[in-house]
Design a protein around this ligand. Structure first.
Ligand code: ZN
Length: 283
């Protein structure tokens, strides 16, 4: 179904637009269709999907090798960095990605590589070296990481990552769309079009927000972070807080806040009160 929809979409769009690159998930049939029907379009994978597959494989291995939990976050970041900094060079990408296996055993120079000869981080101090839980070359953790680094499907996927395509912004837009067009509520066609347009305007209005800063107190002007504890990484992480999200509609038109209206409707609907019906009649 996904393959057929994409095929029809590309045929329709191709008539008016020149598509150079298309990034999708790792759907096998889509890859096959792109090769056969649209060889002129460069097909890439969304980095997030491959990263997710790597984390899933690593997480599965933790049942037999709990020490891997210490490495999952670092391996994920290293993967994103390798893809982002490969400059379209597949060989460099492979060498950067595979170097993490050596890094895990406290080896940071790679004589055998053709293009990537040393880790990009600063030399580690003695204290840093002592604090890290390094693996040993014959340990189960080392073999588990090795299996994933040299996994056939991951290696094959690297070929379609060299342009560093990811759909993070699109995911943010979809999240905004749900605020204007919740799936549980029915809208007329015109209503759907208008709400989609408002969601697009609101999304564009908030694109490229800077990181929020503290507005008062001794830390005034300092960048703001949230402390989060992702279940998979099992470690505390400082996550940057973006500047306050502004509503395009509320700031540019004299109408109530659409997003809070939709939220109010959802709460009311869940409570099954009369107000929900009133909202439907007027909404
Ligand atoms: Zn290193």
């Amino acid at each position: 179904m996904v393959k057929e929809e994409l095929s029809r979409f590309l045929q329709r769009v191709n008539a008016n637009l020149l598509i150079n690159v298309l990034a999708t998930d790792r759907h096998i049939q889509v890859g096959c269709m792109m090769r056969k029907k649209f060889p002129q379009i460069i097909h890439q994978f969304d980095v997030w999907h491959v990263s997710k597959a790597i984390i899933k494989k690593l997480t599965e291995k933790t049942t037999d090798c709990a020490v891997l939990w210490h490495w999952i976050g670092s391996i994920k970041k290293h993967f994103w960095w390798s893809v982002a900094s490969c400059d379209g060079n597949l060989e460099l990408l492979k060498e950067k990605w595979r170097s993490v296996l050596q890094h895990c055993v406290n080896v940071h120079h790679f004589e055998c590589n053709n293009q990537f000869h040393a880790c990009a981080h600063q030399p580690l101090t003695e204290m840093e070296q002592k604090k890290k839980k390094w693996s040993k070359p014959s340990s189960p953790a080392y073999h588990a990481i090795q299996d994933i680094i040299f996994d056939n499907s991951i290696t094959k996927s690297l070929e379609k990552l060299t342009l560093f395509c990811h759909t993070g912004d699109l995911e943010v837009y979809h999240s905004m769309m749900l605020k204007y067009c919740p799936k549980r509520q029915h809208f007329s066609y015109d209503g759907m079009v208008a709400r989609t347009q408002l969601a697009a305007l609101d999304h564009n209005y908030n694109t490229g927000r800077k990181q929020a800063t503290s507005s008062r107190g001794p830390t005034e002007g300092a960048l703001k972070f949230n402390q989060v504890f992702p279940k998979r990484c099992k470690t505390w992480v400082a996550q940057p807080i973006p500047d306050k999200n502004k509503s395009f509609v509320q700031e540019n038109f004299n109408v109530p806040n659409c997003r809070s209206e939709v939220k109010r409707y959802q709460i009311v609907r869940n409570n099954k009160t009369k107000l929900a019906q009133e909202y439907c009649e007027h909404g």
